[in-house]
Write a protein that binds this ligand. Structure first.
Ligand SMILES: Nc1ncnc2c1ncn2[C@@H]1O[C@H](COP(=O)(O)OP(=O)(O)O)[C@@H](O)[C@H]1O
Ligand SMILES: [Mg+2]
Length: 578
């Protein structure tokens, strides 16, 4: 387990931190110079104090100038260090976030559906930042820690070996505190991350469902749930404050005891003439530097517990398979594939291995035409469509298009040629024209307008003040569900694909609008395969072939008149939705 986590930390280091290794090396050199120069100041300061007693003003002036120069140089170096450090860590964080974002939007659907949207937002925003800062912290502080430890150890031993024994108490005592609390830090981090995942998911659900919340009068309940989140966060904060205060308190106790010991023991040594006051001040500064270094190591150790949680969350996504990685590459460069036939052979599939949604499903389409899939809610119609565009892969059996197993074909190539239009399609808060051009950015305004005429939405658009330049609102909220369906059908037509799958895509249209669109699609089906998915039989009676789906299998197929004669389920659906 520990090895695995370290392997992931190493993987992250090699992939992201190493890319900026030149700047990091420069940073290390600057830190080295800065610390080496800065470490002379306690000695100079101690000498100044001793000279005050000797009234040698000339030498004191030299030391004051030296001290000033050392301070200015170390400050300038630390400003440059800070600038480079911050820009490097920002750069690496953004690189990680770019990769994470890309992975999220290309992640295979089966993995993606394991995450709530808030969880993805929280991983994208919170985790990369913490991991990168940890690495930069380690890299930059390791050199600082080593130099500080070596120099301060040298000086404390040089100034007084007797006084140095205090370290023998400080180091094991601090280590003991650290080892006993670090597992609590890890647990707390896990809780905090889980909290932020569910918090962001809750917020995004609420903001996306404003109208439903109001219409169900759920404001108070939602408000109370928000209050629950706040009190949970409050509790987590209290635990975190408590923990850091306990650690802080114990650490202070250890360091105060050490300092008091130093004062007492110094007094004895000064009394015996074995130590000067100036050297005592220098010793104090060096030993505090040593203690600081030890504390830095210990706090990095605690931080590592938190980072292990973040790295696990990052790599879970970054190392998962994207669609590109599971895609075949057949026909990637050419359009040789013949999209005139589809064959679904003995396909079984389940979103969850415990429950099959499709079971030994078979159907064939061997020429262009208008085909329909009908069946009751939940029988697997949309799932079939999702397999056809490879949103999911079959568990058993195969899907072939133009004789090619789609598992061997390039996913992008398939999706360029098979358009899948859902009942609730997506729109961005952009103009109508730009939303339609998502189908194909090279399309002309005239083509956009022609297609809108074909689906009967052009008059609605022209009656708007800004016409095709009207903003659609978030998710297209400024338009009715029927208008959005017409627009999404128009957009699909602009894609000029070989196969179109309309999944309940006319469900929100009134009778005459639906008829107009179906007539148009019947025309379209002379040169392409149109698959129309519906739970309403009345809209598909003119189909060239209808497949009746029940519990994930095709139980009958044929023309409307044949099915009315031979299929009981088809009759049931036909008469109930007529
Ligand atoms: N993303 C999903 N994860 C888990 N189960 C799903 C998912 N999508 C659909 N299902 C389940 O699969 C079955 C078939 O769904 P679907 O194909 O959407 O039916 P429909 O015929 O109404 O289009 C249903 O029982 C549904 O609950
Ligand atoms: Mg469906």
């Amino acid at each position: 387990m520990i090895k695995l986590k370290n392997r992931k930390l190493r993987w992250f280091f090699n992939n992201y931190i190493r890319t900026k290794i030149n700047l990091i090396c420069l940073l290390i050199v600057l830190i080295f110079i800065g610390i080496s120069i800065g470490n002379t100041s306690p000695l100079i300061f101690g000498k100044m104090i001793d000279i005050i007693g000797n009234s040698n003003l000339n030498e004191l002036l030299h030391l004051i100038i030296l001290y000033f120069i050392v301070t200015v140089i170390t400050k300038i170096i630390s400003i440059i260090e800070d600038f480079i450090g911050q820009t490097v860590s920002f750069g690496i964080t953004k690189e990680t976030q770019k990769d994470l974002f890309k992975k999220i939007i290309t992640l295979n659907q089966k993995s993606l559906q394991n995450y709530e949207s808030g969880e993805l937002i929280s991983r994208l925003n919170g985790d990369a930042d913490s991991v990168v800062n940890f690495f930069i912290d380690i890299i930059t502080s390791i050199i600082q820690i080593i130099i500080n430890t070596v120099i301060s150890l040298y000086f404390i031993l040089y100034i007084s070996k007797h006084l140095s024994v205090v370290a023998l108490f400080y180091i094991p005592a601090s280590l003991l505190v650290n080892l006993s609390v670090r597992k609590y830090y890890k647990r707390l981090t896990e809780k905090r991350k889980k909290f932020s995942d569910s918090y962001f998911s809750f917020i995004s659900e609420v903001f996306n469902n404003g109208i439903s919340i109001k219409s169900f009068n759920l404001q108070n309940r939602i408000n109370n749930r928000y209050k629950d989140f706040v009190s949970k966060e409050y509790k987590l904060l209290k635990n975190s404050i408590l923990l850091s205060n306990i650690v802080g308190g114990l650490t202070t106790l250890i360091s105060v005891s050490s300092s008091l010991f130093i004062i007492y023991y110094s007094a004895i040594l000064i009394d015996k003439g074995l130590l000067s006051i100036g050297l005592m001040v220098s010793f104090n500064t060096y030993i505090n530097k040593l203690f600081d270094s030890i504390n830095q190591i210990l706090s990095l150790n605690i931080q590592k517990q938190e980072i292990e949680v973040c790295i696990e969350r990052l790599t879970e996504i970054l190392l998962d398979y994207s669609e590109d990685e599971i895609s075949g590459n057949k026909l990637i460069d050419s359009k040789l594939i013949d999209y005139n036939s589809i064959s679904v052979n003995n396909v079984s599939f389940g979103y969850d291995e415990r429950k099959a949604v499709l079971l030994n499903l078979n159907f064939k389409i061997d020429k262009q035409g208008f085909y329909s899939l009908v069946g009751k809610n939940g029988c697997g119609k949309s799932t079939i469509a999702k397999l056809l565009i490879r949103l999911y892969d079959t568990d058993k059996g195969s899907v072939t298009v133009g004789g090619n197993n789609i598992r061997e074909c390039c996913i992008h190539h398939i999706r360029d040629n098979i358009s899948y239009i859902q009942k609730e399609d997506f729109f961005f808060n952009d103009t109508i024209s730009n939303n339609l051009k998502l189908a194909n950015e090279n399309i002309s305004e005239i083509e956009v307008q022609q297609v809108c005429k074909n689906v009967g939405i052009d008059k609605d658009i022209l009656s708007l003040c800004d016409g095709y330049n009207t903003l659609m609102g978030e998710g297209g909220d400024n338009f009715s569900s029927g208008q959005k369906q017409k627009l999404s059908i128009a957009r699909s037509l602009l894609r000029k694909s070989n196969i179109y799958i309309y999944d309940e895509a006319t469900a929100n249209l009134d009778g005459s609008a639906e008829k107009m669109i179906i007539d148009f699609l019947l025309e379209l089906s002379k040169n392409s395969i149109v698959i129309f998915i519906s739970h309403k039989v009345s809209s598909i009676i003119k189909s060239d072939k209808i497949f009746v789906i029940d519990k994930g299998s095709v139980i009958a197929e044929g023309k409307h008149e044949q099915l009315i004669e031979k299929c009981q389920l088809y009759n049931e659906i036909f008469y109930s939705t007529k």
